[in-house]
Design a protein around this ligand. Structure first.
Ligand code: FAD
Length: 323
């Protein structure tokens, strides 16, 4: 049976995040021909609405309000709740991003709906939507179904391949009243040095305690630059002050699913694996052939990262310049 879907189109630094297109693809898959709408916050929305149309948005609701310029749980929740109550979708999709993780539970609770978070796949099985999510730090997968025919879920970025399904969306301005905001954002300070967004990067070069210093991260940045990727880190490297906590990957850091993850001098503690074990290809560089990271790596290099990383950078630069 076809279903009406509503997708939160998340933006970062004025641009639509990829997870918005992935959410539209997930919504289309489950809507079974039903109408798919997206909701966009802001005032410069013309081109963005068209972009959303390219990935299958039939309608784009545009909510313009000063309180929505930066994320606050009160403002985003109120705006989304008003639209959800107005449009009564059967499916609601958000990215499992900092915003989605923070906002979705509060919205679900107020609507009295169930919520499945952090889905890496969604599909219809025996006529029913099924939601797949990793558990035990990615060691196993859980399949979930909803009891009620109302589906609210968040998807982990970089897992569902966005599929084009071109539409010319109907753009609908939607007015909301927002009040009683309990927090305000004074300033946004971007601390990650790399220009590539870690949670959406296709390639991540990650450094651990073995990198030994902030200076030691330099060859990792060079390798990441050569591959158009971003730099990440283990918690040990962040704790030691070699890099900013914004780079931390793992259970208490970011969860990433790049096409290629290169772990340099990282032992492979379960808490680190929780953030990267779903990467499509994992390369580990470690001096210790018994390091647990080799158990999940697709390719392992036993050796000193300070010798191997510059060689890889040189080799990639050469190959890529020949293309
Ligand atoms: P180590 O475990 O010290 O490993 C360093 C590795 O480098 C070793 O395998 C060594 O053989 C290798 N090595 C040494 N020199 C070289 C060299 N020159 N070349 C190549 N290899 C070399 N950790 C996270 O990463 N993310 C998290 O989100 C996280 N959350 C946590 C939450 C909790 C509640 C707890 C208790 C822990 C958490 N941790 C997290 C910490 C985690 O348990 C590990 O301590 C941490 O991941 C270890 O980091 P590491 O692999 O860089 O360091």
């Amino acid at each position: 049976m076809s279903k009406k879907a509503l997708v939160f189109a998340e933006q970062k630094a004025g641009k639509l995040r990829n997870v918005s297109f992935e959410s539209l693809t997930a919504a289309r898959r489950l809507a079974e021909g039903g109408e798919v709408s997206a909701v966009l916050f802001g005032d410069e929305t013309g081109e963005k609405a068209q972009e959303l149309g390219r990935y299958g948005a039939d309608r784009v609701y545009v909510i313009t309000h000063d309180a929505l310029r930066n994320y606050t749980p009160d403002a985003f929740r109120q705006a989304l709740l008003r639209l959800i109550n107005h449009t009564a979708p059967d499916l609601i999709v958000m990215g499992h991003t900092s915003i989605g993780k923070d906002a979705a539970p509060g919205i679900a609770a107020r609507l009295g709906l169930g919520l499945v978070t952090d889905c890496t796949d969604v599909r219809v099985e025996d006529g029913e939507p099924v939601f797949v999510r990793p558990i035990y730090a990615g060691k196993a997968f859980q399949k979930k179904r909803f009891v009620e025919p109302k589906y609210f879920f968040t998807i982990r970025p970089n897992n569902i391949q966005p599929e084009e399904a071109v539409r010319i969306p109907e753009v609908i301005p939607f007015d909301v009243e927002i009040k009683d905001i309990r927090t305000t954002v004074k300033e946004v300070v971007r601390r990650a040095a790399s220009g590539v967004d870690l949670s959406e990067a296709a390639v991540i070069v990650s450094g651990g305690r073995a990198v030994k210093s902030a200076e030691g991260f330099k060859p990792l940045y060079e390798l990441a630059d050569a591959l158009g990727g971003a730099v990440g880190a283990s918690r040990a490297a962040c704790d030691a002050g070699y890099c900013d906590y914004a780079l931390q990957i793992g259970q208490t850091g970011k969860v990433v699913t790049p096409d290629l993850y290169i772990a340099c001098g990282i032992s492979g503690a379960i808490q680190h694996l929780a953030g990267m074990s779903q990467s499509k290809v994992i390369v580990a560089i470690n001096k210790d052939p018994e390091a647990p990271i080799f158990q999940i790596a697709d390719y392992g290099i036993v050796g000193d990262l300070f010798e191997i990383v510059p060689k890889l950078t040189e080799a990639f630069r050469k190959v890529l310049s020949e293309k």
